[in-house]
Design a protein around this ligand. Sequence first.
Ligand SMILES: [Zn+2]
Length: 173
Amino acid sequence: MEKEGHTSQLWAPWRYAYVSDVGRKRDEGCVFCQAPRKSDEEALILYRGKSVYAILNRYPYNNGHLMIVPYRHVARLEELDMEELVEMMKVLRASLKALQEAYKPDGFNVGVNIGKAAGAGIEGHVHVHVVPRWFGDTNYMAVLAGVTVIPQLLSDSYKMLKPLIDKYMGEER
Ligand SMILES: [Zn+2]
């Protein structure tokens, strides 16, 4: 079913990260609808806007991997209204600045997986992935995958990124 092309390999990692949780999460409903009902710290929410929020990925492809999510449960970008689209781009821009300042990556992947065939882990609720990239990080993450050092990285990332995104969103207003 899946092609082993370059693009497929590039975007596949977070799909695999979700797979093991999909069954459980389906029972509990949609994770992206539920996250905003929790505290920021518990849900790893980095920023709450009017119509979208930014959240750290618990199954990061790389250090600092975050997602920008509309509060509304819609499956596709076409269903977002103008306010959601504009705020999504503003939060994206602030997130890129925050990640750049915090991690000094060599580049970024910004992407949306739409539909099962594209590797969407949470199909029904559209979200934008923001992944910092470093030269040679593919090997680095292959080593890190599934290792218990990740939770520590998550809380470090959270503490470092939250004030930075706030700062840069302040400049967006
Ligand atoms: Zn949802």
